[in-house]
Design a protein around this ligand. Structure first.
Ligand code: GLA
Length: 435
């Protein structure tokens, strides 16, 4: 009974053949003479139905495994790149995208692992007579733009909505899903952010997974590997259905902005999502604001550390053409990036917090890393510097420990059962620890 229940629930997501459930129903198997079948005939019918069911299940699991492999190859670690929205909003143009690609290389961002150049909303123009989407005049020839980005050893991302309009009111992919997927593939697009927006006008919320599955299938049918980024702001708990609709990453919240208040409210609220991150599938607490000017360097270091602890996609959102040394140093800190990109693919989580008043909170987070190491972050969300003490036994660690401070790049030996450090207001101490 529990098996058929599971089948039905998957069928609701549009993934399992409905015939499986039918084959399981006893009583459907009638004898040729339409007489009551003998017990022996009934047993044979049940055995046949079961064999059929097992075959179908094996096929289904093989498909799932193939998809898991495909997705793990597409996004083995949280995607790293840049996106136009946080800094440029509607002001993005094809020319700026080219300049950003240049800056990605010349600044050292590419060498640090940033790969995707993602165009967000407002690139869209009209559809032609055949319904093919055209870029608007600010972008011109998309294929040429993709060729340019590829010539730098980078990848190009684009943006659309399953609804008739994007959030900024441009053309969405509604009723053009397969056609748009083919267009993106023909241009050489490598990443699609698919943003719910006006889809709520044409679909019920419960249809959301199928709507995303439709675009996933369209992308897959093109044969081009395209990272699939779900953006529905956490509306329907995408961490539950994301992997089943081909999502490589899914937004877990509404939009970030360049303030300590918003960044910290999002970042520190992600601990409960730790079980859902894995190679191929990542929780996405939205793009980085580092370098956009609304936070201090200390706060940006906390932002970067928190995103690394969360195994979050590292999608820079600043103007790479004009970066302060501090912003560049934060974004390209190899030690911190290594925590984010660690091949174990586990998200970090909170292990201790000082109290319930947010402005006084001190928090300790840990993230298991490959090879038995652990990243440990001491965060001070309060408005004054504060001492934070880690009890290693609470993290399952046995001193003496070897540690590296990932912002000062100094190695430490930690022989005692506890470690106490003074952490500046809104600051962090980030360690990589090993027994
Ligand atoms: C939504 C998304 C943002 C951005 C804008 C563009 O708000 O959450 O990340 O893509 O749309 O219009």
């Amino acid at each position: 009974m529990s098996i058929s229940k599971r089948l039905f629930s998957r069928a609701a997501a549009g993934l399992a053949p409905a015939a499986l459930a039918l084959a399981l129903l006893p009583g459907l198997m009638l004898s040729a003479q339409n007489q009551k079948p003998s017990p022996r005939q009934q047993a044979q019918a049940r055995a046949r139905a079961r064999a059929k069911w097992l075959q179908a299940r094996a096929r289904y699991l093989a498909q799932l495994r193939a998809r898991e492999r495909r997705e793990a190859q597409l996004a083995p670690a949280p995607p790293m790149g840049w996106n136009s929205w946080n800094h440029f909003h509607r002001r993005i143009t094809g020319k700026i995208v080219r300049q950003i690609a240049d800056a990605m290389v010349s600044s050292g961002m590419k060498a640090a692992g940033y790969t995707y150049i993602n165009i967000d909303d407002t690139w869209e123009g009209q559809r032609d007579a055949q319904g093919n989407i055209q870029p608007n005049a600010k972008f011109g020839d998309m294929k040429a733009l993709a060729d340019y980005v590829h010539s730098k050893g980078l990848k190009l991302g684009i943006y659309s909505s399953p609804g008739p309009f994007t959030c900024a009111g441009y053309a969405g992919s509604y009723r053009h899903e397969a056609q748009d997927a083919r267009t993106y593939a023909a241009w050489g697009i490598d990443y699609l952010k698919y943003d719910w927006c006006s889809a709520s006008r044409v679909y019920k919320l419960q249809q959301l997974p199928q709507v995303y599955l439709k675009m996933y299938r369209a992308l897959k049918a093109t044969g081009r590997p395209i990272v699939f980024s779900l953006c529905e702001y956490g509306l329907l708990d995408p961490w539950h259905f994301g992997p089943f609709v081909g999502g490589n990453l899914w937004r877990t919240t509404g939009d970030i902005n360049d303030t300590w208040k918003r960044m910290s409210a999002i970042g520190f609220n992600q601990s409960y999502l730790a079980p859902y991150a894995a190679p191929g599938h990542w929780n996405d607490p939205d793009m980085l604001e580092v370098g956009n000017g609304g936070m201090t360097d200390t706060e940006y270091r906390t932002h970067m550390s928190l995103w690394a602890m969360l195994a979050a996609p590292l999608i820079a959102g600043n103007d790479l053409r004009h970066m302060s040394r501090a912003a560049l140093a934060i974004l390209t800190n190899r030690d911190v990036i290594a925590v984010d990109q660690d091949r174990l693919g586990r998200q970090g989580y909170r292990v201790w917090r000082s109290g319930r008043k947010l402005d006084q909170d001190r928090e300790i987070w840990m993230k298991p890393l490959a090879g038995g190491a652990v990243a440990v972050a001491l965060f001070n969300r309060g408005s004054k510097a504060a001492a934070i003490t880690v009890h290693w036994s609470q993290l399952g660690l046995q001193p003496p420990l070897r540690a590296r401070n990932l912002w000062t790049h100094k190695n430490l030996r930690l022989p005692r059962p506890t470690f106490t450090a003074t952490v500046p207001s809104h600051g962090v101490i980030l360690l990589r620890v090993k027994e």
